[in-house]
Design a protein around this ligand. Sequence first.
Ligand SMILES: [Zn+2]
Length: 381
Amino acid sequence: MDLNNIIFVENYSQLLDMKKLIQKNEFVSFDLEANGLHRYPEKVCLLQFATDKNIYLVDPLIIEDISPLREIFVDDSIQKIIHASGYDIRCLDRDWGFRIKNIFDTSIAASFIGSNKLGLNSLLNEHLSLNLPENKIFQKADWTNRPLSKDLIKYASEDVLYLKTLRDILINKLDKLGRLEWVIEEFHLLESIRYEFKNEETAYLSIKGTGVLDSRSLTILSCLYKFRDLEARRRDKPPFKIISDRKLVEMSNNWKDEIKKLDNISFKKNAFYLRLFKAFEKGINCEIKPRPKVEKKIIKISHDDQINMKERLHHLKSWRNRMSKKLNIAPSLVWPLASLNRLSKKSHKFELELFDISIRDWQKKIFSKDLDQFLSSLLKI
Ligand SMILES: [Zn+2]
């Protein structure tokens, strides 16, 4: 198969035809392109599927109802081969509530055979000796625009063209290393990823740098944040292109100066500044929104214990690094850091830690005996 086998799917009956053909396969390669860099709210603009025979480019901006695709995504008997699938899974959930079953993620698979660079082009280069040009222009394109240029069509198609071949090579290598079971467990966990809609009322609190703001400035920030969001929708542009996060915090902090600056602008000529001014006014005059208190559990630990914990954590991290080198996989894949942190406390029971949901079955199988022993030797410290 090559780029001559591209089929454009631009209406409902073509979509049904494609669905029937894909359903005859045990796998389908998949990717999508969205417009988050250019539009707001972001939406999916192109869905790419590839079988052994064809590449399908589905246009969800023209086809009103793409719900037949749901059957492909939830079908456990069709493997969806996706590169770095997290983003795609969230987009499909956000725009259509689609769930995906039976995922093969080429990025995760590669991370378990020790590939350092996990970008698609790097993996194609490493495992297939393919040299595709890294093209930032296409990555940053506005996929909302039609017609899609020849270059964009080629780029979108190449994103799915080699996934099956890459998968076969990775499976072979994983099998030889005895790690197929490990990645299958990771793939299963991907199925429960959901898009998390942000809470519009509290989203401003998660902007970086709000810690320095007094309560009035913080209240003003909440109003400016809402203003920016509305403005982004009005212009169909992402919020960061209206006003950056940093600038928003700065403006809230120096609100007195900002108001003075606005005094010199003629609102008649610029409705944007009038709306900005009103947002300031609202924030200045409304009741103060107190910063929500974060409940922190205060556990008293003696100074000596703290030093011991630090030392144990240091040793646990070295243990993890040793395993990481031995198996040639990233330390974070060996064992979660948060778990090592808990284990550095003397009182924490190792058997209990094994029940934590962040610990994979394969990790327990491979490392728990070794880690348990290592931990016992440490606790003598
Ligand atoms: Zn892509």
